[in-house]
Write a protein that binds this ligand. Structure first.
Ligand code: TPP
Ligand code: MG
Length: 330
Protein backbone atom coordinates (compact mmCIF):
# COMPACT_ATOMS: atom_id res chain seq x y z
CA UNK A 1 0.00 0.00 0.00
CA UNK A 2 3.03 2.24 -0.43
CA UNK A 3 2.11 5.30 -2.43
CA UNK A 4 3.80 8.52 -3.42
CA UNK A 5 1.51 11.49 -2.98
CA UNK A 6 2.04 14.48 -5.15
CA UNK A 7 0.35 17.81 -5.34
CA UNK A 8 -2.43 17.96 -7.93
CA UNK A 9 -1.69 19.81 -11.16
CA UNK A 10 -3.64 20.59 -14.34
CA UNK A 11 -7.00 22.33 -14.76
CA UNK A 12 -8.98 23.48 -11.71
CA UNK A 13 -11.06 20.65 -10.24
CA UNK A 14 -14.82 20.39 -10.76
CA UNK A 15 -17.12 20.34 -7.72
CA UNK A 16 -17.31 16.54 -8.04
CA UNK A 17 -13.52 16.26 -8.15
CA UNK A 18 -13.29 18.50 -5.13
CA UNK A 19 -15.87 16.42 -3.24
CA UNK A 20 -13.93 13.24 -4.02
CA UNK A 21 -10.69 14.90 -3.05
CA UNK A 22 -11.95 16.02 0.35
CA UNK A 23 -13.57 12.64 0.98
CA UNK A 24 -10.11 11.19 0.40
CA UNK A 25 -8.62 13.69 2.88
CA UNK A 26 -11.31 12.60 5.36
CA UNK A 27 -10.23 8.97 4.73
CA UNK A 28 -6.62 9.83 5.48
CA UNK A 29 -7.58 11.55 8.75
CA UNK A 30 -9.84 8.67 9.72
CA UNK A 31 -7.04 6.21 8.90
CA UNK A 32 -4.59 8.06 11.17
CA UNK A 33 -7.16 8.12 13.98
CA UNK A 34 -7.77 4.39 13.71
CA UNK A 35 -4.08 3.57 13.22
CA UNK A 36 -3.25 5.31 16.47
CA UNK A 37 -6.09 3.56 18.32
CA UNK A 38 -4.45 0.29 17.27
CA UNK A 39 -1.05 1.58 18.35
CA UNK A 40 -2.50 2.37 21.78
CA UNK A 41 -4.01 -1.10 22.04
CA UNK A 42 -0.78 -2.82 20.93
CA UNK A 43 1.13 -0.64 23.36
CA UNK A 44 -1.11 -1.74 26.22
CA UNK A 45 -0.40 -5.35 25.21
CA UNK A 46 3.32 -4.65 25.62
CA UNK A 47 4.04 -5.10 21.90
CA UNK A 48 5.22 -1.56 21.07
CA UNK A 49 8.84 -0.98 21.98
CA UNK A 50 9.81 2.36 23.49
CA UNK A 51 7.16 5.00 24.02
CA UNK A 52 4.47 6.54 21.83
CA UNK A 53 3.07 10.02 21.41
CA UNK A 54 -0.29 10.04 19.68
CA UNK A 55 -1.60 12.86 17.49
CA UNK A 56 -5.24 11.87 17.93
CA UNK A 57 -7.29 15.08 17.47
CA UNK A 58 -4.57 16.79 15.40
CA UNK A 59 -4.98 14.88 12.11
CA UNK A 60 -6.14 17.80 9.94
CA UNK A 61 -2.73 19.47 10.21
CA UNK A 62 -0.56 16.74 8.69
CA UNK A 63 -3.21 15.71 6.15
CA UNK A 64 -3.97 19.25 4.97
CA UNK A 65 -0.33 20.33 4.71
CA UNK A 66 1.14 17.18 3.16
CA UNK A 67 -1.58 17.08 0.52
CA UNK A 68 -0.16 20.16 -1.20
CA UNK A 69 3.43 18.98 -1.38
CA UNK A 70 5.17 17.79 -4.53
CA UNK A 71 7.87 15.21 -5.21
CA UNK A 72 10.71 17.67 -4.62
CA UNK A 73 9.50 18.80 -1.22
CA UNK A 74 10.71 17.48 2.13
CA UNK A 75 9.14 17.20 5.57
CA UNK A 76 10.55 17.04 9.08
CA UNK A 77 8.10 15.80 11.72
CA UNK A 78 8.10 15.29 15.45
CA UNK A 79 7.99 12.41 17.94
CA UNK A 80 4.22 12.89 17.61
CA UNK A 81 4.80 11.90 14.02
CA UNK A 82 2.57 9.00 12.97
CA UNK A 83 0.26 11.49 11.27
CA UNK A 84 3.14 13.24 9.52
CA UNK A 85 4.40 9.92 8.13
CA UNK A 86 1.02 8.53 7.09
CA UNK A 87 -0.04 11.82 5.49
CA UNK A 88 3.06 11.60 3.30
CA UNK A 89 2.06 8.13 2.13
CA UNK A 90 4.50 6.08 4.23
CA UNK A 91 3.42 2.43 4.12
CA UNK A 92 1.19 1.94 7.21
CA UNK A 93 2.21 -1.69 7.71
CA UNK A 94 5.86 -0.64 7.52
CA UNK A 95 5.23 2.15 10.03
CA UNK A 96 3.41 -0.14 12.45
CA UNK A 97 6.08 -2.83 12.03
CA UNK A 98 8.62 -0.13 12.93
CA UNK A 99 6.82 0.56 16.21
CA UNK A 100 6.76 -3.18 16.89
CA UNK A 101 10.53 -3.44 16.27
CA UNK A 102 10.21 -5.68 13.21
CA UNK A 103 12.65 -6.11 10.32
CA UNK A 104 9.99 -4.94 7.84
CA UNK A 105 9.66 -1.61 9.65
CA UNK A 106 10.39 1.50 7.61
CA UNK A 107 13.70 1.77 9.48
CA UNK A 108 14.07 -2.01 9.89
CA UNK A 109 12.79 -1.81 13.44
CA UNK A 110 15.64 0.41 14.67
CA UNK A 111 13.87 3.77 15.02
CA UNK A 112 10.65 2.99 16.87
CA UNK A 113 7.82 5.48 17.13
CA UNK A 114 9.77 8.69 17.65
CA UNK A 115 12.52 8.71 15.03
CA UNK A 116 11.00 7.42 11.81
CA UNK A 117 12.75 8.37 8.55
CA UNK A 118 11.47 7.52 5.08
CA UNK A 119 13.30 9.47 2.41
CA UNK A 120 11.40 7.74 -0.40
CA UNK A 121 8.29 9.43 0.95
CA UNK A 122 10.04 12.76 1.55
CA UNK A 123 10.20 12.33 5.31
CA UNK A 124 13.68 13.46 6.34
CA UNK A 125 12.96 12.48 9.90
CA UNK A 126 10.75 12.59 12.94
CA UNK A 127 12.65 14.09 15.84
CA UNK A 128 12.58 13.21 19.53
CA UNK A 129 14.42 16.42 20.33
CA UNK A 130 11.82 19.16 20.78
CA UNK A 131 12.21 21.50 17.83
CA UNK A 132 14.75 19.25 16.08
CA UNK A 133 12.48 19.29 13.05
CA UNK A 134 12.91 23.07 12.79
CA UNK A 135 16.67 22.76 12.36
CA UNK A 136 16.41 19.78 9.99
CA UNK A 137 13.90 21.48 7.71
CA UNK A 138 15.89 24.71 7.69
CA UNK A 139 18.98 22.77 6.62
CA UNK A 140 16.98 20.93 3.98
CA UNK A 141 15.66 24.27 2.71
CA UNK A 142 19.23 25.53 2.32
CA UNK A 143 19.89 22.61 -0.04
CA UNK A 144 16.50 22.86 -1.76
CA UNK A 145 17.10 26.50 -2.56
CA UNK A 146 19.72 25.29 -5.06
CA UNK A 147 17.96 22.24 -6.45
CA UNK A 148 14.27 23.18 -6.10
CA UNK A 149 11.62 22.20 -3.58
CA UNK A 150 10.18 23.40 -0.31
CA UNK A 151 10.88 22.09 3.18
CA UNK A 152 8.18 21.87 5.84
CA UNK A 153 8.83 21.69 9.57
CA UNK A 154 6.11 20.46 11.91
CA UNK A 155 6.68 21.26 15.58
CA UNK A 156 4.76 22.04 18.74
CA UNK A 157 4.02 25.22 20.69
CA UNK A 158 6.65 24.20 23.26
CA UNK A 159 9.33 24.16 20.56
CA UNK A 160 8.92 27.89 20.00
CA UNK A 161 10.78 28.48 23.28
CA UNK A 162 13.88 26.64 22.09
CA UNK A 163 16.89 28.75 21.17
CA UNK A 164 17.24 27.21 17.72
CA UNK A 165 13.64 28.16 16.86
CA UNK A 166 14.83 31.78 16.84
CA UNK A 167 18.18 30.97 15.22
CA UNK A 168 16.61 28.97 12.42
CA UNK A 169 13.85 31.44 11.62
CA UNK A 170 16.39 34.24 11.57
CA UNK A 171 18.73 32.25 9.29
CA UNK A 172 15.87 31.24 6.99
CA UNK A 173 14.71 34.83 6.61
CA UNK A 174 18.19 36.26 6.06
CA UNK A 175 18.76 33.70 3.29
CA UNK A 176 15.11 33.71 2.08
CA UNK A 177 14.96 29.93 2.28
CA UNK A 178 12.04 27.94 0.82
CA UNK A 179 10.66 26.64 4.11
CA UNK A 180 7.23 26.60 5.73
CA UNK A 181 7.17 26.37 9.51
CA UNK A 182 4.01 24.72 10.81
CA UNK A 183 3.52 25.14 14.54
CA UNK A 184 0.98 22.60 15.80
CA UNK A 185 -0.25 24.56 18.80
CA UNK A 186 -2.10 21.94 20.83
CA UNK A 187 -2.10 24.21 23.92
CA UNK A 188 0.30 22.09 25.99
CA UNK A 189 3.96 21.19 26.17
CA UNK A 190 3.82 17.92 28.11
CA UNK A 191 1.67 18.90 31.15
CA UNK A 192 2.05 22.69 30.99
CA UNK A 193 -0.32 25.12 29.26
CA UNK A 194 1.75 27.01 26.73
CA UNK A 195 0.72 30.43 28.13
CA UNK A 196 2.55 29.61 31.37
CA UNK A 197 5.90 29.27 29.61
CA UNK A 198 5.51 31.52 26.57
CA UNK A 199 5.80 35.31 26.66
CA UNK A 200 3.48 36.99 24.19
CA UNK A 201 1.81 35.44 21.18
CA UNK A 202 3.63 32.70 19.29
CA UNK A 203 2.78 34.37 15.97
CA UNK A 204 4.45 37.61 17.11
CA UNK A 205 7.84 35.88 16.99
CA UNK A 206 8.01 35.04 13.27
CA UNK A 207 6.27 38.32 12.50
CA UNK A 208 9.06 40.23 14.26
CA UNK A 209 11.53 38.56 11.90
CA UNK A 210 9.50 39.47 8.85
CA UNK A 211 8.03 36.05 8.05
CA UNK A 212 4.52 36.10 6.56
CA UNK A 213 2.55 34.53 9.42
CA UNK A 214 -0.98 33.26 9.84
CA UNK A 215 -2.88 31.66 12.73
CA UNK A 216 -5.57 29.22 11.61
CA UNK A 217 -8.15 26.69 12.79
CA UNK A 218 -5.97 23.58 12.60
CA UNK A 219 -8.95 21.23 12.96
CA UNK A 220 -10.49 22.29 9.65
CA UNK A 221 -8.73 20.42 6.86
CA UNK A 222 -10.08 22.86 4.23
CA UNK A 223 -8.52 25.81 6.03
CA UNK A 224 -5.26 23.98 6.64
CA UNK A 225 -4.97 22.83 3.04
CA UNK A 226 -5.74 26.25 1.54
CA UNK A 227 -3.32 28.01 3.90
CA UNK A 228 -0.58 25.48 3.27
CA UNK A 229 -1.07 25.66 -0.50
CA UNK A 230 -0.59 29.42 -0.47
CA UNK A 231 2.42 29.35 1.85
CA UNK A 232 4.14 26.50 -0.02
CA UNK A 233 3.60 28.09 -3.42
CA UNK A 234 4.93 31.45 -2.24
CA UNK A 235 7.97 29.79 -0.68
CA UNK A 236 8.48 27.82 -3.89
CA UNK A 237 8.29 31.02 -5.90
CA UNK A 238 11.16 32.62 -3.97
CA UNK A 239 9.21 34.55 -1.32
CA UNK A 240 11.23 33.03 1.52
CA UNK A 241 10.10 31.37 4.72
CA UNK A 242 6.47 31.34 5.86
CA UNK A 243 4.91 30.54 9.20
CA UNK A 244 1.59 28.86 10.01
CA UNK A 245 0.30 28.54 13.56
CA UNK A 246 -2.26 25.76 13.46
CA UNK A 247 -4.56 25.70 16.52
CA UNK A 248 -5.47 22.18 17.54
CA UNK A 249 -5.71 19.80 20.49
CA UNK A 250 -4.49 16.33 21.42
CA UNK A 251 -7.08 14.01 22.92
CA UNK A 252 -4.79 11.67 24.79
CA UNK A 253 -2.00 12.39 27.23
CA UNK A 254 1.40 13.65 26.17
CA UNK A 255 2.75 10.10 26.05
CA UNK A 256 2.05 6.69 27.51
CA UNK A 257 2.14 7.60 31.22
CA UNK A 258 0.05 10.80 31.14
CA UNK A 259 -3.64 10.63 32.11
CA UNK A 260 -4.08 14.33 31.20
CA UNK A 261 -5.29 15.50 34.63
CA UNK A 262 -4.11 19.07 34.03
CA UNK A 263 -6.86 19.77 31.51
CA UNK A 264 -9.50 22.31 32.50
CA UNK A 265 -12.97 20.81 33.14
CA UNK A 266 -14.94 20.60 29.90
CA UNK A 267 -11.92 21.43 27.72
CA UNK A 268 -11.64 18.02 26.11
CA UNK A 269 -15.36 17.94 25.26
CA UNK A 270 -15.20 21.43 23.76
CA UNK A 271 -12.43 20.35 21.42
CA UNK A 272 -14.13 17.08 20.58
CA UNK A 273 -17.11 19.08 19.36
CA UNK A 274 -14.66 20.59 16.85
CA UNK A 275 -13.05 17.26 16.01
CA UNK A 276 -11.40 17.29 12.55
CA UNK A 277 -13.47 14.25 11.52
CA UNK A 278 -16.73 15.76 12.78
CA UNK A 279 -15.97 19.04 11.01
CA UNK A 280 -15.12 17.23 7.78
CA UNK A 281 -18.23 15.03 7.87
CA UNK A 282 -20.47 18.07 8.31
CA UNK A 283 -18.65 20.09 5.64
CA UNK A 284 -18.76 17.27 3.09
CA UNK A 285 -22.54 17.18 3.47
CA UNK A 286 -23.09 20.94 3.49
CA UNK A 287 -20.69 21.82 0.69
CA UNK A 288 -20.96 18.88 -1.72
CA UNK A 289 -24.05 16.97 -0.62
CA UNK A 290 -21.95 13.94 0.31
CA UNK A 291 -24.30 11.57 2.15
CA UNK A 292 -23.65 10.19 5.62
CA UNK A 293 -23.77 6.71 4.05
CA UNK A 294 -20.96 7.59 1.66
CA UNK A 295 -18.81 8.71 4.60
CA UNK A 296 -19.77 5.56 6.54
CA UNK A 297 -18.56 3.49 3.59
CA UNK A 298 -15.19 5.23 3.84
CA UNK A 299 -15.08 4.37 7.55
CA UNK A 300 -15.75 0.73 6.67
CA UNK A 301 -13.06 0.78 4.01
CA UNK A 302 -10.63 2.16 6.61
CA UNK A 303 -11.53 -0.67 9.02
CA UNK A 304 -10.49 -3.19 6.36
CA UNK A 305 -7.24 -1.35 5.69
CA UNK A 306 -6.48 -1.15 9.40
CA UNK A 307 -7.14 -4.86 9.94
CA UNK A 308 -4.79 -5.72 7.05
CA UNK A 309 -2.16 -3.30 8.38
CA UNK A 310 -2.24 -4.80 11.88
CA UNK A 311 -2.12 -8.35 10.54
CA UNK A 312 0.85 -7.65 8.26
CA UNK A 313 2.80 -5.80 10.94
CA UNK A 314 2.17 -8.23 13.79
CA UNK A 315 3.13 -11.21 11.63
CA UNK A 316 6.39 -9.60 10.51
CA UNK A 317 9.68 -11.11 11.74
CA UNK A 318 11.96 -9.52 14.29
CA UNK A 319 15.40 -8.52 12.95
CA UNK A 320 18.26 -10.99 13.20
CA UNK A 321 21.07 -9.62 15.31
CA UNK A 322 23.32 -9.25 12.27
CA UNK A 323 20.71 -8.19 9.72
CA UNK A 324 21.43 -4.88 8.02
CA UNK A 325 19.24 -1.86 8.69
CA UNK A 326 17.53 -0.40 5.65
CA UNK A 327 19.76 1.70 3.44
CA UNK A 328 18.46 4.82 1.74
CA UNK A 329 19.76 6.08 -1.56
CA UNK A 330 21.40 9.49 -1.03
C1 TPP B 1 15.35 19.53 23.68
C2 TPP B 1 14.32 18.79 24.46
N1 TPP B 1 13.90 19.28 25.65
C3 TPP B 1 12.95 18.62 26.36
C4 TPP B 1 12.42 17.44 25.90
C5 TPP B 1 11.33 16.73 26.71
N2 TPP B 1 10.05 16.94 26.06
C6 TPP B 1 9.55 16.03 25.21
S1 TPP B 1 8.11 16.52 24.52
C7 TPP B 1 8.13 17.98 25.35
C8 TPP B 1 7.00 18.98 25.17
C9 TPP B 1 6.99 19.62 23.83
O1 TPP B 1 5.78 20.30 23.63
P1 TPP B 1 5.36 20.84 22.23
O2 TPP B 1 6.53 21.40 21.52
O3 TPP B 1 4.22 21.75 22.46
O4 TPP B 1 4.90 19.56 21.41
P2 TPP B 1 3.71 18.55 21.68
O5 TPP B 1 4.28 17.43 22.49
O6 TPP B 1 2.63 19.28 22.40
O7 TPP B 1 3.28 18.06 20.33
C10 TPP B 1 9.25 18.07 26.16
C11 TPP B 1 9.56 19.21 27.02
C12 TPP B 1 12.90 16.95 24.67
N3 TPP B 1 12.44 15.82 24.13
N4 TPP B 1 13.81 17.66 23.95
MG1 MG C 1 2.20 21.33 22.41
Amino acid sequence: MTEQRTAPSGPPPSADDEARHYLELYRRMRFIRRFEAEVQSLFQQGLVHGTTHLCSGQEAGPVGVCDVLGDDDRVAGTYRGHGHALALGVDPAGLLAELLGRQTGVCAGRAGSMNVVDLEHRLIGCFGIVGGSIAAATGAALALKRVGGVAVAFFGDGATNQGYFHECLNFAKVHELPVVYVCENNRYGEFTPFEQVTAGAIAARPQALGLPTITIDGNDVWTVRKTAAEAVERARGGAGPHFVESLTYRYVGHSRSDPGKYRKPGELDEWKARDPLVVARARLGERYGTSAEAVDRVDEQVEGQIAATVQTATEAPFPDAGAPAREFKP
